[in-house]
Design a protein around this ligand. Structure first.
Ligand code: HEM
Ligand code: HEM
Length: 231
């Protein structure tokens, strides 16, 4: 019987990115729906913006399984994957499976739409930092997209958690454990060949993203209608 070996799949920045993004999105919703605290909503939103910028760059330069090129490679196997979807003992994938790669890309796009539309949104008391750059009609449209897209994002999250549950209970594969400790097991004898990059690079990218968000949050204060509260 081939021996199982455990290998690193999700590097630390990808894992931290995942759990902090989930927390930021949860808090963005909680702060507005339950606390009715727009300050907190903006902070959670800026955090999600910083994180999604980071992940877009990490998808180009990060560890092999976190790269978008790997996502597209996985998606090219979609046909074969669909054929084995309901088999309990089908192959476990070292990175995302084809459906997981599609879902990851769609969720990232949805998060990006949420944060970008938020920047232009207003409740007529608190103003998103870019809300003064667009006319009222466009601002209202972006505000509605912010509202509708959140419903779409919620649907993706519910589906996402259901898919993880399907893998856990039907296929007996714990994807969550791998998103916590980064490791998956494989029977492959040959080297898998994944490459990982320095954590210092991740930190430098994160700081650059935080600086960009700070600049964006403060760039256009002059365009916000005067006399109104601007965060
Ligand atoms: C707001 C909630 C959540 C959002 C927005 C979210 C989003 C995402 C995204 C975008 C990815 C792709 C990660 C990447 O390639 O960097 C991902 C992967 C993953 N998420 Fe979540 N997630 C959420 C909650 C959860 C929860 C609660 C769990 C655990 C029960 C979970 C478990 C996982 C796992 C295991 C993967 C890797 C899937 C795979 O192996 O293909 N997520 N998630
Ligand atoms: C992933 C991040 C975000 C999530 C999940 C999120 C979610 C939400 C939700 C659920 C609402 C209530 C929608 C409604 O019923 O009208 C809302 C409203 C709002 N959001 Fe966000 N948001 C995010 C990011 C942002 C950002 C980055 C900003 C601006 C910096 C922002 C600014 C606003 C404003 C001003 C409102 C109030 C709109 C109104 O009351 O009409 N949001 N957001």
């Amino acid at each position: 019987m081939s021996k199982l070996k455990s290998i690193l799949v999700w590097d630390l920045p990808t894992r931290l990115w995942h759990w902090f993004t989930a927390a930021a999105i949860f808090y963005a919703w909680f702060s507005i729906e339950f606390l009715e605290n727009m300050d907190h909503h903006f902070w959670a939103g800026y955090t999600a913006l910083c994180l999604i910028l980071f992940r877009l760059i990490w998808g180009l330069v990060g560890g092999t399984p976190s790269r978008f090129s790997e996502f597209f490679r996985a998606i090219s196997n979609l046909r074969g994957y669909n054929a084995t979807l309901l088999q309990r003992d089908s192959t476990s994938y070292l990175g995302h499976n084809p459906m997981g790669a599609i879902a990851a890309l769609l969720m990232m796009l949805c998060i990006a739409i949420q944060v970008v539309t938020g920047l232009f949104n207003t409740d007529d008391y608190f103003f998103g930092p870019l809300s003064g750059l667009v006319d009222t009609e466009l601002r209202n449209l972006l505000g509605r997209i912010h509202e509708w897209n959140f419903d779409l994002l919620t649907a993706f999250i519910v589906l996402h958690i259901a898919a993880i549950g399907f893998y856990q209970f039907y296929k007996k594969q714990s994807l969550t454990k791998a998103m916590i400790n980064g490791r998956k097991t494989t029977t492959a004898k040959e080297e898998v060949g994944f490459k990982f990059v320095s954590l210092w690079l991740a930190l430098a990218i994160l700081l650059a993203c935080a600086a960009a968000v700070y600049a964006l949050a403060n760039c256009c204060a002059d365009s916000i209608p005067s006399g109104e509260i601007y965060f």
